[in-house]
Design a protein around this ligand. Structure first.
Ligand code: PLP
Length: 493
């Protein structure tokens, strides 16, 4: 705008001066009219068209001003401008939250949405979202009801607890329980259990927010019953056990079991709470995996309240589940914070259906995707790897290869920190292309495919891939650039 130009005539180097180029920019109004008339954009909201046109023209203007000599005049051709506008409209109309292929092998991947819902849960959620429901209405009495009744019975039935309730995630469940039981009172926790869970959930911070006063006992690797007993005083409100779900202390270590803690609590008249984190109703040893404490065991050990997530090993929607004794749960239910942490009806519908599946464990393991992926047989993994390999071979390119390799899947979601589940991966190579570039291109593709890089190799772990995603993966890999012999992209970065 503020560049000085002396005339309209061509300069001695034969190039247009900036004013000439700027004058060749079509008018915004004309472009809006033209784009609106284009049948391709018949359904595009007018505001989106206007914005795309303005941005395109602005962009061109700025490019010209920044470097008039380097500007390619072909950018001003009507087709080029239309293309620019079209791309902007497409980007604006694309949804931000999209589904993708998780080929990382991490089953409960917090960044990729943790758990996939069972078909029953999706069906129930759809029904409840399309119609009115008895969310807070008692059909027997015709009076106002509680939204928690939808899941309380089934939660008690599966866990063996006297009472239960749910909030919107486990962090809220922990905060709610601490606020109810330990506001302005001391909460005794072992130093070995002051964990940080991903996404900035730290036990000491949650404690501070709840108004509970953290009283650390023991050491990082060893805590004994006597440590709790000695720390108890007239201001103690709660004994808390936290399942160190995302790491393990091995070697010279000792911790106090929940049962022992409950024993101490009984003698001293103190409630005992356990934050299980990734709660499960299934004993995974039955499926050749490691032991992860179950909710039933914690209830049987006598905890007054047990909290756990709905979308980690449970395989349901995001939620914070609390089960425990009637007296303690009644106090928790009366806390006004429950209103702020209220679970929404869609989650409630999905949770109810997921929980119902646990009445028949075989069915739960078959139908809840998280459980299915964790317990998937070696043969099934092998077959899927072969199917995917076969499909990648079909891609017409000498430069792409897929080689099966043995590797390790992880449970994720802060569960089973030491568990290594044997799996099959396909190592994808594209000649002249580094693993990190393959990773980047597939991540930006459609559908986005997220794999992992291991010792400079790009791997697709088939454990977390669904059979009906193989098509999409084949397409995404087929679209990788530079794999036909004619082009000579030899990028190494
Ligand atoms: C994951 C976890 C939480 C937080 O649960 P969200 O459902 O993610 O809110 C709390 N405590 C422990 C021990 C956990 O593992």
């Amino acid at each position: 705008m503020n560049k000085k130009c002396t005339g309209d005539e061509k300069r001695s180097d034969g190039k247009d001066n900036p004013q000439d180029l700027l004058r060749k920019l079509p008018s915004v109004d004309m472009l809006i009219g033209k784009t609106t008339d284009n049948p391709d954009f018949a359904d595009t909201p007018r505001v989106v068209v206007i914005d795309a046109v303005r941005k395109s023209v602005d962009e061109l203007r700025r490019t010209i001003q920044a470097d008039p000599d380097g500007f390619r005049e072909a950018e001003l051709a009507p087709e080029a401008i239309d293309r620019r506008i079209g791309e902007k409209i497409e980007a604006a109309m694309a949804e931000n939250l999209v589904s993708l292929v998780n080929a990382t092998g991490v089953v409960v991947h917090t960044n990729l949405g943790r758990s996939l819902l069972a078909k029953d849960a999706i069906r129930h959620m759809t029904t409840i979202s399309e119609r009115y429901s008895n969310l807070e209405f008692d059909l027997k009495s015709g009076k106002r009801g509680s939204r928690y009744t939808a899941v309380e019975d089934i939660l008690c039935e599966i866990s063996g607890a006297e009472a239960a309730m749910v909030v919107n995630n486990n962090a809220a469940a922990v905060l709610l329980a601490l606020d109810t039981l330990a506001r302005d009172r001391e909460v005794i926790v072992s130093r070995g259990e002051l964990v940080e869970i991903g996404g900035s959930f730290r036990i000491p911070d949650i404690m501070a927010k709840s108004g509970g006063i953290l009283r650390e006992v023991g050491t990082t690797n060893r805590t004994h019953p006597g440590d709790y007993e000695q720390a108890i005083n007239e201001n103690t409100g709660l004994l808390l056990k936290v399942h160190t779900s995302n790491y393990a202390i091995v070697g010279f270590s000792a911790s106090v079991s929940l049962r022992e803690l409950v024993g101490i609590g009984k003698i001293r008249g103190l409630p005992v709470m356990e934050d299980l984190g990734s709660g499960t109703f299934v004993d995974f040893r039955r499926y050749g995996l490691m032991k992860e404490p179950t909710v039933q065991e914690s209830v049987r050990a006598g905890a007054d309240v047990v909290t756990f997530s709905g979308d980690k090993l449970l395989g349901g929607p995001q939620g914070g589940l609390l089960v425990g004794s009637r007296t303690v749960m009644d106090r928790i239910k009366k806390n006004p914070l429950t209103r702020a942490f209220r679970i929404d009806k869609l989650t409630l519908a999905a949770l109810e259906s997921t929980l119902r599946l646990y009445r028949d464990e075989d069915k739960a393991v078959r139908e809840i995707p998280t459980l299915r992926m964790l317990t998937c047989s070696a043969e099934e993994i092998e077959q899927r790897a072969e199917a995917l390999e076969e499909r990648i071979r079909r891609i017409d390119s000498q430069r792409i290869t897929a080689e099966p390799v043995d590797s390790i899947s992880r449970a994720g979601g802060g569960s089973f920190p030491l568990l290594e589940i044997p799996t099959k991966c396909l190592s994808i190579t594209v000649s002249g292309m580094s693993a990190s570039r393959i990773d980047r291109l597939l991540r930006k593709g459609s559908p986005p495919v997220i794999g992992r890089i291991e010792s400079e190799r790009y791997l697709l772990d088939v454990r977390t891939i669904a059979d009906d995603e193989i098509n999409g993966i084949e397409k995404a890999i087929g679209r990788l650039p530079g794999h036909s012999n004619k082009t000579n992209q030899t990028e190494t970065k």
